[in-house]
Design a protein around this ligand. Structure first.
Ligand code: NOJ
Ligand code: CA
Length: 564
């Protein structure tokens, strides 16, 4: 099949552990994904990105891979992967696997060999540093998961390097054998028929030579020294070598890179020219937050605040100009590493329907490739935390007790803890109003929100539901105007965001109110207002040609384009 992805694609992220459990062990599995392929196809998406399914001790839900050539038994086996690929392709759906390039599990045989000593041929697959001064860490860099990036290995007393958990040692990409192994793995699964990869944390493949201390830190303080281990120039070389090697055999392989801290300039480096590096990348920099808007009943340091709409418009405008014009930028609202969109950027209490639909309209009708997270299409909110395991919140019981002492209700405390938990967006998919939302017949590993109106069964038959809206929006997105059209941000007073798309003889204005108050846009839409609105959320009226939008309302108005 022709598996080339272009801007007509719409990617649907499936977090397999939380998608559907078919053998009732509380963990989602591959059979679950296969069972729901029709559902995914009906959404109108074109591609599935599956989070890691390779063998893993699950210290980090599969991002700690112990064998890249086998499927984790909790998800299934090779036969099921083959069925998944075949059944997906039958439905015109492509599959991207998640490839972890920067590190392996400490249980991976390479690391197990490396532990045998400095003379072992696999020692140099990882990054080691001898202890220079007793008890002193090699430098002051802090790991993403807390503590130092260095862990002392007991036999030799040498330290090994890990940016994430200490059970996830970083690979040494300067070693050609490592680069070749990764290319071999990538080709193996492409040979099985998958259509490409989401490349995990690839921006960290190179570290500053000599591992110097970050000087801007206080003495004895560990610091997240991104400048020394993110987006270094060699990353570009590794990426291009990787891409060229696999595209020699699989020219259409699609690469979606995770580049959390990439700015637009870096994003261009990673995606241009087409076919030489990634096709598109996900940067975490799309959502500037207004940190003055916090709820002081809860610890302030863990809260992000609210979306800063003015800054958000600037960021989108900049990315659309600098990246959107040269390669396919991604358009996304959430993923498994961040809170669910309706909780983080919308208003799940008062305007859940409107904010879910309007945020999607605003984001996805821009130029670029939408990447949806499973459950977003039914307006799932953050997990209400009722279980304390695997949350990565330190001393969670104490925090919970303190909140209750302060008079915060149990529900509010659970909502807050859910929002700061690593599992915020990893709650079980809500399929129906049955027990455990139809995900399983036993308690899901993550916990689950059970909500009468927010499940697939309830929304499938409701023409006004978020799910129905998403299907309409995706169809609209796939038309030439929104896949190929030019983009122009329009001036309008925040919290209104408005932009114009134009392609050949058609144009459209997308205008949204990103707030919980009615807003009048400054745009004079006199020439547009007689046209039918193609898609709308909430209510709108006109005041002397200027549109007035109810809270979280939005509108797509199409009209003929007669040239400038
Ligand atoms: C990024 C992934 O999205 C995240 O979930 C994971 O913890 C890290 N990379 C480490 O692989
Ligand atoms: Ca299962």
């Amino acid at each position: 099949m022709n598996n080339q992805i272009n801007s007509e694609e719409v990617i649907y992220q499936v977090y397999p552990k939380s998608f559907l459990d078919t053998n009732q062990d509380g963990i989602g599995d591959l059979k679950g994904v296969i069972q729901k392929l029709d559902y995914i196809q009906e959404l109108g998406v074109t591609t599935i990105w599956l989070n890691p399914i390779f063998s893993s001790p699950h210290v980090d839900n599969g991002y700690d891979v112990s064998d890249y050539y086998t499927i984790d038994p909790q998800y299934g086996n090779m036969e099921l992967v083959e069925i998944l690929i075949e059944e997906a392709h039958k439905r015109g759906l492509k599959i991207l696997f998640d490839l972890v390039l920067n590190h392996t599990s400490s249980k991976h045989k390479w690391f197990q060999e490396a532990l045998k000593g400095p003379d072992n041929p696999y020692r140099n697959y990882y990054i080691w540093k001898e202890e220079e001064e007793k008890g002193k860490l090699p430098n002051n860099w802090k790991s993403f998961f807390g503590g130092s990036v260095w862990e002392k290995e007991s036999e030799t007393g040498d330290y090994y390097f890990h940016l994430f958990d200490k059970e996830m040692p970083d690979l040494n990409w300067q070693n050609e054998s490592v680069r070749k192994e990764m290319i071999k793995i990538a080709k193996f699964w492409l040979g099985k028929g998958i259509d490409g990869y989401r490349l995990d944390a690839f921006i960290h493949m190179e570290k500053e030579p000599g591992y110097p201390d970050a000087r801007y830190a206080d003495p004895d303080q560990l610091i997240s020294a991104e400048d020394f281990f993110a987006n270094l120039p060699q990353v570009d070389d590794y990426l291009r070598e990787f891409s060229a090697s696999i595209r020699e055999v699989y020219p259409d392989a699609y690469l979606l890179g995770e580049a959390a801290s990439a700015d637009p300039e870096r994003a261009v480096k990673y995606t241009f020219p087409k076919g030489e590096a990634c096709d598109s990348i996900v940067s975490f920099k799309y959502f500037p937050m207004d940190t003055t808007k916090k709820d002081d009943r809860f610890p302030l340091e863990n809260q992000e605040g609210k979306l800063n709409v003015i800054a958000f418009k600037q960021v989108m405008d900049e990315w659309q100009r600098k990246v959107g014009e040269v390669s396919e930028m991604t358009l996304y609202l959430n993923n498994h590493d961040m809170q669910r969109v309706v909780s983080r950027l919308g208003d799940p209490a008062e305007f859940r329907e409107e904010s879910a639909k309007t945020l999607a309209t605003t984001m996805y009708l821009q130029r670029g490739v939408p990447v949806l997270l499973n459950g977003e299409e039914i307006g799932m909110k953050n997990l209400e935390l009722k279980r304390w395991e695997n949350t990565r919140i330190e001393r969670i019981h104490e925090v919970y007790a303190t909140l209750l002492d302060r008079g915060v209700t149990k529900e509010e405390a659970q909502t807050y803890l859910g929002s700061i938990s690593i599992n915020a967006s990893r709650g079980a998919m809500q399929w129906s109003d049955q027990n455990y939302a139809g995900f399983s017949t036993i308690e899901p590993w993550s916990g689950v929100n059970q909500e009468a109106a927010y499940n697939v069964a309830a929304q499938e038959t409701d023409t006004a539901s978020i799910l129905t809206f998403y299907k309409q929006l995706i169809q609209l997105k796939k038309t030439a105007l929104f896949t190929h059209g030019s983009y122009e941000m329009l001036i309008s007073k925040s919290p209104i965001m408005a932009y114009r798309r134009q392609f050949e003889k058609e144009q459209a204005i997308v205008v949204s109110n990103l707030s919980g108050e009615p807003q009048e846009s400054l745009l004079d839409l006199t020439n547009f207002k007689d046209q039918d609105s193609t898609l709308s959320v909430g209510n709108y009226t006109y005041n002397n040609g200027k549109i007035v939008l109810s809270p979280y309302a939005s509108l797509v108005i199409k009209s003929d384009y007669k040239g400038s």
